[in-house]
Design a protein around this ligand. Structure first.
Ligand code: FAD
Length: 384
């Protein structure tokens, strides 16, 4: 039976980064994936992911976001690939919305260069974005976009270069623990390791038997606006923009809002991305319907009509991705309850930007080292 120090189940975002980090630290590592990442069946496809540091989801993420930015740049130089571009990022909503107050708290606490723009200032600079007068926008200029497929290719190439074994198209069916060893069972093989990471994204529930399960896969429709003739929507002209639009009072709760975002055109295809970030439907990754439903298209068209009317006449195509949501919207990261040597990670729909730092953190945890950043709020133990 092949024996390793560590086995990583799932070589998508978190798994590929952790596989690379552990292999670079000199360990014998096996990474296994049910598909051949990067692929379009999980959570990491779709050309672009936003990267920012003035983190509206909580100040606790900022040290991780800062370190991750540096590690993206390092991965670019190690791998010789361009992975990260600066576009700027707008966080848009009423001044007292959780998104805007969260953005301001992170920017001010960590002295991140930023500006708070009025609706008319935004409309003047980016006429494509039609903000109501009651909205403001937090601008972080040094934010941008990372390319997910190229990044995963880079992680996996670096992992192999550092000596990791990678197995593709080999679903893991289950694992078992026995006196400090973990056995990982696939249809083809049984492998043994000292420790295992379950980084299976939306499929994680199939590999964990949690007494209290806070993880829920969600279907995420993504829409592409084909803006062939408008260079004003391409990279360098339009920032990433995250909108938090109130549905009802009180505005202090993020649940009382509709959240969507746009990412400018990147890459050769002239397609601008738009998608909802919340109010998503539960799904099962094994039976996911990958066609986009008419009401999902209507919902996003309604947002465009209200806030991006200039986009309405362009053709639109759509696709389906998945989030692995936790019940509190924060990451799930650490040893799985009831196990000594099996760790798990789930990223609640906002994890890509942190991939390189997550690789470091998970490698630290799995080798009994204290991570350089505080991750207590991501502990699986918080769910009991
Ligand atoms: C539309 C969309 C837009 C997003 N935008 C952003 C953004 O702008 N910024 C940001 O930071 N984040 C964003 N995210 C979130 C981010 O992409 C995810 O949090 C992240 O990709 C999740 O990574 P993961 O490793 O958990 O899952 P994945 O990357 O999906 O990896 C899981 C891997 O596990 C494999 N696997 C599953 N089951 C098994 C098994 N039994 N055996 C072996 N392998 C298995 C799968 O094949 C897959 O390769 C977005 C997500 C979506 C869907």
């Amino acid at each position: 039976m092949p024996v390793y120090d560590f086995i990583i189940i799932g070589l998508g975002t978190a798994g590929a980064a952790t596989c690379m980090t552990l292999a670079r630290r000199g360990f014998r590592v096996l990474g296994i994936d049910r598909h051949r990442p990067p692929h379009a069946l999980g959570s990491h496809h779709g050309v672009s992911r936003s990267v920012r540091r003035a983190y509206l989801e909580g100040t606790a993420y900022v040290p991780m976001a800062m370190e991750s930015w540096e590690l993206w740049r390092k991965l670019e130089s190690d791998s010789g690939r361009d992975l990260l571009v600066e576009t700027g990022n707008l966080t848009i909503g009423p001044p007292d919305s959780p998104a805007v107050t969260g953005f301001m708290a992170s920017a001010q606490t960590y002295d991140i260069p930023h500006a708070l723009l009025s609706a008319s200032e935004v409309r003047k600079k980016w006429p494509q974005l039609v903000l109501p007068d009651t909205f403001v926008a937090g601008l972080e200029k040094s934010a941008g976009i990372v390319f997910p497929e190229l990044s995963i290719e880079a992680f996996l190439a670096e992992a192999e270069k550092a000596g990791a074994d990678l197995a593709f198209d080999e679903p893991v069916n289950r694992w078992s623990e026995d006196h400090g060893h973990v056995h990982v069972h696939t249809a083809r093989n049984t492998y043994e390791a000292g420790r295992v990471l379950v980084a299976a994204g939306a499929w994680t529930n199939g590999l964990l038997d949690l007494p209290v399960n806070p993880l829920q896969p969600k279907r995420v429709p993504v829409h592409w606006i084909e803006v062939t003739d408008d260079p004003g929507l391409h990279l360098g002209h339009l920032p990433v923009a995250f909108w938090q639009v109130p549905d009802r009072e009180p505005l202090a709760s993020a649940e009382n809002h509709t959240e969507f975002y746009i990412l400018p055109v990147v890459g050769p295809a002239p397609k601008m991305k738009i998608a909802f970030h919340n109010k998503l439907v539960d799904c099962d990754p094994m039976t996911l319907d990958r066609t986009v439903w008419p009401d999902e298209v209507d919902g996003i068209k309604e947002m465009m009509e209200r806030f991006l009317p200039g986009f309405q006449h362009y053709p639109m195509t759509s696709d389906v991705c998945m989030y692995t949501m936790t019940s509190d919207g924060h990451f799930y990261l650490g040893k799985t309850p009831g196990s000594e040597n099996v760790y798990a990670v789930a990223l609640a729909g906002h994890g890509f930007k942190f991939a390189p730092v997550l690789g470091e953190i998970l490698a630290d945890l799995m080798t009994d080292q204290a991570p350089g950043v505080d991750i207590e709020m991501f502990s699986p133990e918080r769910f009991g």
